[in-house]
Design a protein around this ligand. Structure first.
Ligand code: BES
Ligand code: ZN
Ligand code: ZN
Length: 499
């Protein structure tokens, strides 16, 4: 629980009192807003232990009689000397959360550094986000660690002056919503493939629709057959579990444009008949992270109720498994809308399920913009590594907006090109398209395939294969090997800043 408070720090008697300091220019100790704490900082600085560098943490155990401080611990967190930005506060929040968990500190009190020239609303927003994301753990299946499980941060007070209360409350509210959304994505992704099934996506959608007043519809296999969604049906035909197309609608009730969000909900990708190598295959339970990001964003949208845009989310959900009924290399399928595709590699399945959802969504909802999120290609890891999400778009304005949203969310993207030349690689001898474009430019040819199904709608595609897990190590990504929860916050930010 994070609350804004105007109680003085000296009255706090909990587990950890936190002050923030900037790294001073020249050979001076960092400056703290509290005089008595300053003495401690000066001392530590003389010993070379406290410079105020980014994410640097100095832990002090005040003597019981230490004037003015009744807290059990004091933590001085550095903010460095570079220009302040949102990510800095997010990382500071993450660093505090980790320290608190390591020390089993349950009650924290943070003195928000209002004296710095940075908006209090954004400071408190990003601190809250970092605190929540940084204290995330997934211990559900660790049955033998009962004791560890019970350790959690119970209460965090953020001190601000009376004049900043309103801004801080607003910031904290946003930060909590975005931070929790990241946690929701991580929770879904951490669930194993035998638990997080297409049905689980459907159940989750029903739940958030009920809570937030969204319209939810689960399209079943029979309707997909009537609509001739050959991509989603084809990929799912090797699995014993039926596919689901999850539809969630947020409506303002006003005459506003519609944003269509589409997320790849591949609950386990074995590659199908074009079977993947065994090593690391377990990670392919994360192939639903795009769908999870879209769902988590919808949950926040339902709560925040933006006024300028309607939002529709589609998550095609299925497994990709080999069996005697599975798609085979060489099979030809017909996507929603009638285009035929020669499936030369059953492991390039994401584009097949997305193509149906995109074509259906564009036709059905006439969106002003479309954004899809998918763990689509290994090639994006070759191109961008694990630090940036690949962005491909047929519209510069939308691309700029998505880039800006990612920047604000601390989820950087990098745009790759789309152009006529790449279409050549998708030409099939026997069908309208083939589903693979060869080694060269794999992320681009995958997006070029998707582009065939969005018509003229402004569209942006986020390839999160490199960032959904094994993401950049950060204080607020507690397990960088595990799911990062990426993209939900970018989508939320995109909607918050809509036009
Ligand atoms: N889900 C994978 C993409 C992926 C790979 C995500 C590695 C995260 C890490 C996707 O379905 C896939 O297998 N793509 C193939 C496409 C290829 C056959 C054209 C790939 O990238 O190898
Ligand atoms: Zn695949
Ligand atoms: Zn996949």
């Amino acid at each position: 629980m994070i609350v804004v408070s105007n109680k003085k720090a000296s009255q706090f008697s909990g587990d950890m009192l936190v002050y923030f300091v900037r790294q001073s220019e020249k050979k001076r100790a960092p400056v703290c807003s509290d005089k008595l704490v300053q003495e401690r900082i000066d001392h530590a600085f003389e010993l070379g232990d406290c410079l105020g560098k980014k994410e640097e943490c100095l832990l002090i155990y005040p003597e019981r009689v230490f004037d003015g401080v009744r807290a059990k611990r004091l933590l001085i967190v550095g903010l460095g000397k570079d220009e302040l930005n949102r990510e800095l506060f997010r990382r500071a929040g993450g660093a505090i959360a980790r320290k608190a968990l390591a020390l089993k500190a349950e009650k924290l009190f943070l003195v928000v550094p209002e004296e710095l020239s940075f908006p209090v609303a954004e400071m408190t927003e990003c601190l809250s986000e970092g605190l929540i994301l940084g204290s995330y753990r997934f211990r559900k299946y660790k049955k033998e660690e009962e004791e560890e499980k019970s350790v959690e941060i119970k209460r965090i007070g953020l001190y601000v002056s009376d004049a900043s209360m309103v801004h801080a409350r607003k910031g904290v509210k946003r930060g909590i919503a975005a931070g929790n959304a990241g946690g929701v994505v991580r929770d879904m992704a951490n669930e194993p493939g035998n638990v997080w099934t297409p049905q689980a996506f459907a159940d989750f959608a029903g739940k958030i629709a009920g809570e937030g007043g969204l319209v939810c519809r689960i399209m079943e296999k029979e309707e997909m057959q009537q609509l001739k969604m050959g991509g989603l049906l084809g990929v799912s035909q090797g699995s014993a579990l039926p596919p689901k197309l999850v539809v969630l609608e947020y409506r303002t009730g006003k005459n506003v444009p519609t944003l269509l969000l589409v997320g790849k909900g591949l609950t386990f990708d074995s590659g199908g008949i074009s079977l993947k190598a065994g090593e690391g295959m377990g990670d392919m339970k994360y192939d639903m992270c795009g769908g999870a990001a879209v769902m988590a964003a919808m949950q926040v949208i339902a709560e925040e109720k933006p006024g300028r845009v309607d939002v529709v989310a589609l998550v095609p959900a299925t497994e990709n498994l080999p069996s005697s009924s599975a798609l085979k290399p060489g099979d030809i399928i017909t996507q929603y809308g009638g285009k035929t595709v020669e499936v030369l590699n059953t492991d390039a399945e994401g584009r097949l399920i997305l193509a149906d959802a995109l074509a259906y969504g564009v036709e059905q909802y006439k969106p002003a913009a479309v954004v899809d999120v998918a763990t689509l290609t290994g090639a994006v890891i070759v191109g961008l590594g694990h630090h940036r999400t690949g962005l491909l778009a047929n519209n510069d304005e939308l691309a700029e907006n998505v880039l800006a949203a990612g920047e604000r969310a601390g989820e950087p993207l990098w745009r790759l090109p789309l152009a006529e030349e790449y279409k050549e690689q998708l030409k099939s001898q026997v069908a309208d398209l083939k589903n693979i474009g060869g080694k060269a430019g794999g992320t681009i040819t995958a997006a070029t395939f998707l582009q065939e199904f969005v018509g003229t709608a402004p569209w942006a595609h986020l390839d999160i294969a490199g960032t959904a897990w094994n993401y950049t190590e950060k204080s607020y990504i507690p397990n960088s090997k595990g799911p990062s929860g990426i993209a939900a916050r970018t989508l939320i930010e995109l909607v918050r800043n809509w036009r």
